[in-house]
Design a protein. Sequence first.
Length: 500
Amino acid sequence: MPSDISALAESRCRRVLVWLVPLLWTLGLGLWGLSRQDSVWRDEAATWQVAGRSAGEIWAMLGHVDAVHGLYYLLMHGLFEVFGASTATLRLPSVLAVSVTAACVALIGRRLAGFWSGLGGGLTLGLLPAVQFYLQEGRPYALVAAGAGLSTLLLVSLLERGAGRRAWPRWAAYGTTVLVCALLNWLSLLVLPAHAATLGWVRAGRRVWLRWAAYGAGAVAGALPLILFSRGQSDQVSWIPPLAWHMLIGPGILLAIGGLGAWADRWDGSDRSDRSDRSDRKAVSVAAVGLPLLAVPQLGLIGLSLVQPLFQDRYVLFSMVGLALLIGAALGAAVRACAPRLPRAAGLLVPGAAGLSVLALLPVELDKRAPASRIDDVLAVAGEVAGLKRDGDAVLFVPAARRDTALVSPGAFGGLADVALAASPAASATLKGEETDPARIRTALLGQRRVLLVTDAEKVAKPPSAERDKAKEAVLREHFAVVADRQVRGRRVTVYERRG
């Protein structure tokens, strides 16, 4: 009897540790270097400046631009209102979301392949380079990954426990989670064909298929108005280049790694006594869940990109849940293979692999937490402007989107006249504001003695395409002389003084 009680206590302890350790591990990785040396790059600056507006102003803006991120902006607006605008408030939601995702991976892995597979998968997620990038990013992609992890966990539980009448709350939770993810980024609906592939793999029954189809269709129907409306704002993604062969190298490597993990899971035929009970232990496996979750979103995005260029790895960041599951399965198989001969060493295999991975990936980890890991830093150039400006100076932005630095750090631009601006971003319900016509910009500039030009650093700058930007540069070139020039973290501020 005492031995039974001890075994039960140990089992309960392992059930808690299997998700708690990955959650705390990933949380620690996320908090490490969270401020990135007080830097914020252009994508995060969009979140920052929109979240600082009123709810009404955000709603008005969504009618013109960025409707696809509307729910995320409203969420961040609420957080900024409660906790204030800071890099911590900007990025902590992503840190917490990836930590929750790691816990979901661990729970799925434990249910399907045992304690060590779950623990290995949960610890792996936060170490994947793609995940490390968005772990500390003030954008919605980590939240989508958390929803994908939760919806997959719900689906696995439904497949294991059956789809009886009492299962409807879990099906409702599944459909709601998929819908919320779609409202954060509707490309997350690629999780549905991934789950369909899992259902086909395990030969799910008719009742399961019907309920999955009903709740999945409900999620699609709920997101359909957003999908149709945001298609009218497709100019936002016009900068994405057409699909090229070199873009497929990364997905190819990921699928190869995932295939090895799936092979390890299917090869390991040992008795996994610490898995949850179910009627058919061979029906649901890590390979059946993880491989479709990794492959289908990647392949689906490639297919969509053949119609319209959309290929960006962040849009399917949630597919890393599948990769982590498969790597965890491989680690679990290694532990089970090692246990009969080296039982003590087997218990150290997963923690040791995680520790060695941290050391091996240290250059990557440090790079992702440095300002240089992003294309620019809007806060750094704001500091340069504050040091170079004089009261009464004018300021120009080329392109107009570089006005984001003034929107995030308005204090640094105090006393400067934005002579090209006709309507502020909030007033015009846009991200960058509305500028006046080239002729008026020219007239306004000719009335200035000193002008500060904020633009991209030379190595990343592109020739101006808008007529307004060409007019700005033409006036500065013909009537002004450069007296100071600073380039810092992807941005540039140049001070011009009027000749004569």
